[in-house]
Design a protein around this ligand. Structure first.
Ligand code: NOJ
Length: 539
């Protein structure tokens, strides 16, 4: 599965922002890369207060992205190439410009329009304190006070994200029914499934209690359920969605974005009557370290197996620092996966890329589904020097300009040429909405296609082998006996993946033939540090 951050993928209409026509024109690239499906970040009408995760109309496309006719043509072209299309649905919150929220503001206290959201009176004298101590994920309180139609300060509404993203009340039957209609709307147009945004946050404790100190930093409570993350009743919503998906031929699919505490809690989202995949963020957040990765792999395989669902693997997405930049930092401690966790930590970018290429072979050899984020096949680094003026992530302003946020992993893709916009937009277009580094001249698709050792060609070869090799994709794996700083596993028939994390070269099995290597080998039958190989064995 290949993730397309549409605004940054390919611009066809010269406005410096990616669009559906641009993506459509690049479908042959994706087919050639060897992906089975793509997931597209929200393409709906939106004021873009949070990169499109603030939706005004769930059944249309943003004019910047194109038209519904573009969407239909794109879906049909993708299908003709054998590529399935997943959209991104955002059920936790709408935009504050959504007609429902505008109606709620205009209708005043006690109106039924307010029941679709979480409006409450404030605390303290005059109600000027937020109803509880919940925090927005982008910084500051999770509540904003509204001005009532009579001009007086009035109720507060909940937003676990930006104030422009009011949380919906999922206890409201109309909210439930409307989202199922939205699913059907896109399924009827041929869409194959959805990635579900913050799938673990939809339902809240109706009493909206204060969080205790531990819950403010943890997702689930110590001895009770967390008031707004990963509550048991959220699963009922997905049982309903599964019925909708299963009513189609072929059945449609769902992928949960659910940052939860343990692999076992994640697995609850993919029980047989719920969703199909859930992102394995433990793999993404693990440092580059054999023991940590092995624990994550074992823990996730066991938890997924217990519910009969396939495991998933992911290294990057539009919310975290690109993994070659994370791996460029010393790996002796857990550091966090956001760009803000990397600032000021010395980096060895060459090493970061070497590890990222090894991580790709590790990930693509594991049993289950793999999620790639656009540009990782080009070995793109996080853009770490974006000027303050170009930052768009709400985190920047909400943190009082102390946290820079996620723009650095969303910089438009370099396709060709020696200078920005690197073929992202046609010549003479408006500049890309985020500036591309001049140093990307040697990372373009065009430059890498011509280089047999490029990261692009490594991904192409790996995806091809993964598609053709009977041992890869679904199935089981078995760890081999190795020194501590090595990961080596076998898959049947006759496949072995080995990754060396140690600074001493690893002796490879003598009877094995190397079919793919993430980096240069010395030719003496050993595997250097931070390198992975795929092997064909006799046994
Ligand atoms: C998760 C999305 O991936 C992220 O980009 C967004 O800011 C939040 N959910 C809120 O919708």
């Amino acid at each position: 599965m290949y993730q397309v951050y549409l605004r940054s993928f390919a611009d066809a209409d010269c406005d410096g922002a990616g669009d559906i026509a641009g993506l459509r024109s690049r479908l042959p690239y994706l087919a050639d890369l060897g992906v089975d499906a793509i997931w597209i970040n929200p393409w709906y009408p939106s004021p873009l207060a949070d990169g499109g995760y603030d939706i005004v109309d769930y059944r249309d496309v943003h004019p910047e992205a194109g038209t519904m006719a573009d969407a239909d043509e794109f879906i049909s072209d993708a299908h003709a190439l054998g590529i399935r299309v997943l959209l991104d649905i955002v059920p936790n919150h709408t935009s504050d410009q959504h007609p429902w929220f505008q109606q709620a503001l205009a209708s005043g206290v006690g109106s039924t329009a307010r029941d679709r959201y979480l409006f409450r009176p404030g605390r303290g004298p005059g109600g000027d304190q937020p109803p509880n101590n919940w925090m927005s994920q982008f910084g500051g309180p999770a509540w904003t006070r509204v001005t009532e139609p009579d001009g007086q300060p009035g109720q507060w509404y909940l937003h676990l994200f930006a104030p422009q993203q009011p949380d919906l009340a999922w206890s409201h039957p109309e909210v439930r029914a409307d989202f199922e209609d939205t699913l059907r709307f896109w399924f009827d147009r041929g869409v194959d499934g959805f990635r579900i945004d913050v799938a673990n946050s939809l339902t809240k404790d109706v009493d909206l209690p204060d969080l205790d100190a531990l819950e403010l930093s943890h997702r689930t409570g110590p001895d009770r359920e967390h008031p707004h993350w990963d509550r048991p009743d959220v699963h009922d919503i997905y049982r309903g969605w599964r019925k909708v998906a299963d009513s189609y031929d072929p059945p449609r699919v769902f992928v949960a974005e659910a940052w939860v505490d343990t692999p076992e809690r994640m697995a609850q989202y993919v029980r047989p009557d719920e969703l199909h995949n859930a992102f394995n963020f433990d793999f993404l957040t693990s440092r580059w370290h054999a023991k940590s990765l092995r624990q994550v792999i074992d823990g996730n395989l066991a938890a997924q197996q217990a519910v009969g669902a396939p495991a998933t693997w992911v290294l990057s997405n539009h919310d975290v620092a690109r993994h070659p930049s994370r791996y460029a930092r010393p790996q002796d401690e857990e550091r966090g996966h956001n760009f803000d966790h990397l600032i000021g930590v010395p980096a060895d970018h060459e090493r970061g890329l070497q590890r990222a290429r090894a991580a790709a072979l590790l990930m693509l050899a594991l049993p289950g589904s793999v999620y790639l984020y656009q540009g990782e096949e080009l070995g793109l680094l996080e853009v770490e020097d974006l000027a303050d003026e170009v930052l768009t992530d709400p985190t920047w302003e909400r943190s009082g300009r102390t946290l820079r946020g996620r723009d650095g992993c969303r910089v438009p893709i370099p396709w060709s040429g020696d200078a920005p916009p690197f073929g992202f937009s046609p010549d003479g277009s408006a500049p890309p909405w985020l500036p591309q580094p001049a140093a990307w001249a040697d990372r373009t698709v065009h430059a890498q296609a011509a280089d047999p050792d490029s990261t692009l060609n490594l991904y192409r070869r790996a995806l091809r082998q993964r598609a053709d090799h009977p041992a890869l994709g679904e199935g089981t794996m078995q760890w081999c006996d190795t020194p501590a700083d090595v990961l080596m596993f076998a898959r049947s028939p006759r496949f072995v993946c080995a990754v060396n994390f140690a600074d001493t070269p690893l002796q490879l099995p003598p009877d094995a033939q190397i079919t793919l290597s993430s980096g240069p080998l010395t030719g003496d039958g050993t595997l250097p540090q931070d390198t992975a190989v795929w092997l064909q064995t006799d046994r």
